[in-house]
Design a protein around this ligand. Sequence first.
Ligand code: MN
Length: 721
Amino acid sequence: MSKIGITKFEELYDSVKKYIKDENELELIKKSYETASSFHLGAIRKSGEPYIQHPLNVAMILTGIYADYETICAALLHDTVEDTSLTLDDIEKEFGKTIAILVDGVTKINKINFSTDNEATIAYHRKIFVGLSEDVRVIILKLADRLHNMRTLWALSEEKKKKNAKETLEILTPIAHRLGIHKIKSELEDLSLRYLKPDAFYSIVEKLNQTKLEREKNVQDMMNEVSEMLKEHGIRHEIKGRAKSIYSIYNKMNKGKTFNELFDLLALRVLVDTEQDCYMVLGLIHSKYRPIPKRFKDYISRPKTNMYQSLHTTVFGIDGYQFEIQIRTYDMDKIAEYGIASHWSYKEHTQASKSMQNAMEQKLQFFRNIIELQEEKTSAEEFVNTVTEEVLKANIYVFTPKGDVIELPKDSTPIDFAYRVHTEVGEKMVGAMVNNMIVPLDYKLKSNDIVKINTSNLSTGPSKEWINMAKTSHAKSKIKNYFFKKDKIEYIKLGEEELKKEFRRKKISWNEFIKEDNIKKLLDALKEKELNDIYISVATNKYTPNHVIHTMENMNSPKTNDIEIPKNNFINKELGIKNDIMIEGSDDIKANIASCCKPIMGDDIIGYITKGNGVSVHRKKCHNILDLDERLINVAWNTEISKKYPTELIIEADNSKNPLIDIITKAANNGINIDNINTINRSITITYEVTVLVNNKETLDKFIQDLENLTFIKKVDRLIK
Ligand code: MN
């Protein structure tokens, strides 16, 4: 479509001045523009416009949702750190910490390559996106940034158009929806459709144009009639004809509706002052026009989770045409259009970002919980399930006795409810009541249930059965955690016993082991804090008693464990067998990659002949094979084969820098997939256990190098269990 005309700063400034009155704030916006424009000077966008047009338009979009001055400033500066010599420190010095944080947030998010291929990664990326935007304004900025990029998408290559459109639809519009920012969401959807399915898009546009005059006339007639009626009853109101978005038409056609059926559906919106008026208007409309059964929806008494409120009904109007009518107050209308951003337009400005932050916490609670969940131990599969179950599938809405709405996945029980309210409520729960009736704890909650949890200080705590009764991973992991803490004492005992047993078997002196000096060195080598941690690690199989013994021996007499293996006699290579690992002297033994050290192509490897399960392939460094000389066999990589191997890294980083996003970005840049991330320790430093899928050692080494070059990454190690 057409190129958008040049926007001038004066236009932005006029638009901003309509709702920002503070002189200092206006001054800072001006300064942001001047800074951005001088740093971007000379740069040209693909569309041929001067670069500054982009940030200027992003800011312009944001004035449309009454963004606060800090967001506008950050919008103007958002690409300077990435594209010019201006640094984050400069921004902080000149514009303050908040604006610097916002710019940094957008810069970081822009570096992620959201290449989407399946449901799991899509959900994962949405999660990353939300989880890493610590301030809700970062998300709103990103949405506006994307909207302008989508408006100017015509300038990019065909491939890029499709990629951006797909990413927008899969990742950004669901988030916009979640936050209720309909105004931006619906334009993003239409633009995405235009580039993703141009045929479908233009065919709808054409049909809409053909029928435009007739539709407009019908809508106008109906508007006049309804308006007359409301005036007779003295109800102050405003009626608007309403254009359906092309994307929503496309979606309905995809669900089997024909265009003609949809064309018949004309749309009106009635705006009134009070909630009471809404119901009055509804009554009047239903008394005059015959409503279509089951099409009436009351989102006023039961708002959607993104705060949307309105009455919806469909009636047979003038000449038998069907009219879809929305009835709502002006306030509800603002929320319907702006969602979370509506806080800007009617709260005190100083309060706005704070109350938005609170609202977002609620709206995005599910995303947040998943992040939390990741910090406790979960497998990749469990994680993907959580995302699909809790975010994408149907939810129910139940109430606390005070009337607060709580959103839960379908089939949740009072246990989930209790833990959602507060961990302590869960841990002290002795029973539950639903709609004033006592129910069992595995009772499946239904929408609209009023749930009361009975708690007691005398409670002996949760029972292990609850883990199976709970539906949400949030509750499950909280319960598991409770037992983990409780079981800790037992683990310590168990680990100590196991270790002692191995010492006896190997005839190593326990007294030598327990000497203060030895323990001190050992704690260092094993990266543990205290002796009990070693026992727990042994009891929970983090490592074996043998690992402790080897570490101790290596400490006292460092020796190299490299075994010289001549690289010959690999039959497979000559035969061209398609195994990725070749075993010396054999072409039909199964080779399995050992899960303790997870070797990847290019690692020095050695095989271990197992009893009945082929050869397991370890890294030569792996401590699990060090004393197994007799059963070892030479193996080698078949470099003809290329595939991705899973391997595990332990990454230690500075906790203050939100390092996850950089880790993910660096992985993406190196063509490495991240399969799972667990936070295993969080204090001043944060430790992640990351499973990556990688082609070969060279790529992995490069990735590790990239990470180590980041100042806030302290250490990267490959994990051997
Ligand atoms: Mn941008």
